[in-house]
Design a protein around this ligand. Sequence first.
Ligand code: SF4
Ligand code: SF4
Length: 79
Amino acid sequence: MAFAIGFQCIACGACHSTCPTGAIQRARPRFRIDPLLCTECVLFAGEPLCVTACPVRAIVELIPAPTTILNSTINGVTK
Ligand code: SF4
Ligand code: SF4
């Protein structure tokens, strides 16, 4: 699981309508991301679309994606 929706969520639904895999589901008290459906937008976009769509920055990366770790290693960047 790479992304999660935090308490800042105001339930605007922007991420829900943006997600290409249907990973974002309505829940209470806020939307949630199904880790089995989230592909981190790989093959759909160059960035996680839900993160870009969220107006309050409620979607956070919990664990760096494998591609992020690989890029960091290649670029010699330590996070
Ligand atoms: S990162 Fe992409 S696939 Fe994953 S929940 Fe967000 S929009 Fe959906
Ligand atoms: S876009 Fe952000 S504020 Fe809107 S429902 Fe998704 S997580 Fe919540």
